[in-house]
Structures are given as structure tokens and as C-alpha cells.
Design a protein around this ligand. Structure first.
Ligand SMILES: Nc1ncnc2c1ncn2[C@@H]1O[C@H](COP(=O)(O)OP(=O)(O)OP(=O)(O)O)[C@@H](O)[C@H]1O
Ligand SMILES: C[C@H](N)[C@@H](CCCCCC(=O)O)NC(=O)O
Ligand SMILES: [Mg+2]
Length: 248
């Protein structure tokens, strides 16, 4: 299958804290530098800061800034909770029970939404890992199964990532969700463990999925021009591949 007119992507991670927001902001900036407008969304954010009764969502604020503040922060992230927990649990702490169809679906593009060439691209970040509960009745990956948008799957570039990453790919494949890109992200804590016996995770994944895997260069080592011409963007705007899991 090839879809040369991408409508957008859902940012999923193999876990919480793997860099969805960090990478998502870089992708948004690169898409904008390539002339695209982006509709960033973090429909639910937990662990918000409480500033005199106003809940401040850090992830959504970063995505909102990267997207040029073209919409309101309320539009980017309408559901905000204080407790740094899985979304339905954080919501229960505040007396709410979240249901996907009622609370999340209205915030998303319609399933199989089409796009005119000048329309904005969606970039929608889940909360936590792809199998983390998002509502009482849905997991994070429901953002992709509902919208039919392809996934940008972020995994930490460290020893121990492959098993969880391949299991994540299987979970997406079981639901027929295509992967637009797998991004290996080397966070500071991952870099500190790099040495001569560091794993070549890219090699392992490319063995199964040659077209779609990439390692996101760290912005600090790139020039301004390089940062805004990341090789991920042509990958994302290229064809969507259906082969999304390792096979044995
Ligand atoms: N490549 C990187 N270089 C430096 N810092 C990074 C990198 N990747 C992630 N970080 C930092 O690691 C932390 C976790 O990353 P991030 O918030 O993007 O994760 P996440 O997957 O969006 O988590 P959540 O599940 O909470 O949404 C953040 O402080 C972020 O700035
Ligand atoms: C508090 C975290 N930062 C995150 C929620 C992580 C939930 C993880 C649940 C799990 O998989 O065990 N919230 C969020 O991304 O809005
Ligand atoms: Mg995040």
C-alpha cells in the first residue's frame, strides 16, 4: 500500500519517557521548515503542573510551541490531569471516568480523513506507551486504530529495547495499524551506557524493516539547516508500508 498524501501521524512510544514529545517537536519543526502546517495534539496529559488552579501541560506546551501556536493550547490539549499516572487512573483521582468514544474520538480527525495538499498535517501524541491505558475502555494505540493514521514509533536506543520494540510492532500489526517510521532515540541516560559493546539496534531492526527505521540525530550535534532537514521527514511523507512487524 502506498499513500503519498500523508494526513498525519500518531506518536506512540514503547514506554513512557522514551522521547515522543522530544522527537515530536523536532518533526513538527522540520515539517514546518518544509512548508507544512501542523495540527499538534496531546488529547490527554497527566502529571500537569498546578499553577494557581490552572493545569499546565508540559508536553502539549512544547508541541504547541513547535507548531507555531497556530491554535489554542486548549485545542491542543483539552484533557489535563494532575497525577502523573496512566490517564484513566489520573482522571479517576479527579472524579472522572474517561470513555474513548465520548471523550477522545471527538478530538481526533475522522477515521480515514482525507487531505488536500495545503491542509495541515496531524501529529497526535498519546500518553505513556502504546499499550498504556488511555481511557477506561481503550489503550494508547486506539488513537491510531480509530483515526487510521500511521504510527511514528519511538523506542530508546539502548540494550534491552529490541524485545519491547518487536512486541510493540506485533501489537500494531495485529490491529492492522501501519508504521510510518521507527525512531531510535538516544536519550542522555542511554548515551551514558554507550561503549565498545553498545548494541547496534539499528542493524537488528533494519534486518526486518529496511525502509522505515531511522535514528533521529540529536539536535545539539546538527547545524541549524541540518536540524530542519531531518531525514525523517522524507520518510514520513513517503509511502506507508504495511509490513510492520518482524516475521520468523
Ligand atoms: N535525545 C534526547 N536528548 C536529550 N533529552 C532527551 C532526548 N530524548 C528525550 N529527552 C528528554 O527525556 C525526557 C523524556 O522525554 P519525553 O518527554 O519526550 O518522553 P515521552 O515519550 O514524550 O514521555 P510521556 O510518556 O510522558 O509523554 C524529557 O525530559 C526529554 O526532554
Ligand atoms: C505521567 C507520564 N508522563 C504519562 C503517563 C504514563 C502512564 C504509563 C502507564 C503504564 O504504561 O504503566 N503522562 C502523559 O504522557 O501525559
Ligand atoms: Mg510526551
Amino acid at each position: 500500500m502506498a499513500d503519498t498524501h500523508a494526513t498525519g501521524w500518531v506518536m506512540l512510544g514503547t514506554d513512557t519517557g522514551v522521547g515522543k514529545t522530544f522527537i515530536g517537536c523536532q518533526i513538527i519543526e522540520a515539517l514546518r521548515a518544509a512548508g507544512h502546517r501542523v495540527r499538534a495534539r496531546k488529547p490527554i496529559e497527566t502529571g500537569c503542573a498546578n499553577q494557581e488552579g490552572t493545569y499546565i501541560p508540559a508536553d502539549a506546551t512544547a508541541l504547541w510551541n513547535a507548531a507555531g501556536r497556530s491554535e489554542s493550547l486548549e485545542t491542543v490539549c483539552p484533557l489535563r490531569f494532575l497525577a502523573p499516572l496512566a490517564a484513566p487512573e489520573a482522571a479517576r483521582h479527579e472524579g472522572r471516568r474517561l470513555e474513548f468514544a465520548h471523550d477522545i474520538a471527538p478530538l481526533l480527525p475522522a477515521p480515514n480523513d482525507t487531505r488536500q495538499p495545503n491542509d495541515a498535517l496531524w501529529l497526535i501524541e498519546s500518553a505513556g506507551g502504546l499499550m498504556s491505558p488511555l481511557t477506561e475502555d481503550a489503550l494508547g494505540l486506539a488513537l491510531a486504530s480509530h483515526t487510521r493514521l500511521p504510527v511514528i514509533l519511538v523506542a530508546p536506543d539502548r540494550l534491552g529495547t529490541l524485545s519491547g520494540l518487536f512486541a510493540s510492532m506485533e501489537a500494531l500489526d495485529r490491529r492492522g495499524i501501519p508504521i510510518a517510521a521507527v525512531i531510535l532515540n538516544r536519550r542522555p541516560e542511554d548515551r551514558s551506557t554507550q561503549n565498545d559493546s553498545s548494541p547496534d539496534n539499528l542493524m537488528h531492526i533494519r534486518h526486518w524493516l529496511p525502509q522505515i527505521v531511522t535514528r533521529m540525530p540529536h539536535p545539539a550535534v546538527l547545524s541549524h539547516d541540518q536540524r530542519f532537514s531531518t531525514p525523517v521527514v522524507p520518510v514520513l511523507l513517503g509511502p506507508v508500508h504495511t509490513k510492520s512487524k518482524p516475521t520468523t
